[in-house]
Design a protein around this ligand. Structure first.
Ligand SMILES: [Zn+2]
Length: 89
């Protein structure tokens, strides 16, 4: 059943960075290690997928002394690949 697992993984990663707001809000399944609600990030939108960080903040990266917020681990990874492309000027 290898292909089944692959399909699930693919659909999960495709959903993890949806452009639109997710229909089902995940509340407690994957709690971040640190509480991110009070964290001030420099970007109001996720620079990768443009979701609102105030509503969808899941992860942060500190780049050149600034805290950038992201909706998902996927977007964080994208940012890390080419931070210069996404970072605020
Ligand atoms: Zn995102």
């Amino acid at each position: 059943m290898k292909s089944n697992i692959l399909m699930i993984l693919l659909s999960v990663s495709a959903l993890s960075c949806a452009q639109e707001a997710p229909k089902v809000k995940q509340v407690s399944k994957m709690k971040p290690k640190t509480e991110l609600k009070g964290v001030k990030v420099v970007n109001t939108d996720d620079p990768v997928c443009h979701m609102k960080t105030a509503e969808f903040l899941k992860d942060t990266v500190i780049y050149k002394g600034k805290i950038y917020g992201f909706c998902s681990d996927h977007c964080k990874k994208e940012f890390r690949k080419s931070p210069a492309k996404y970072a605020l000027k």
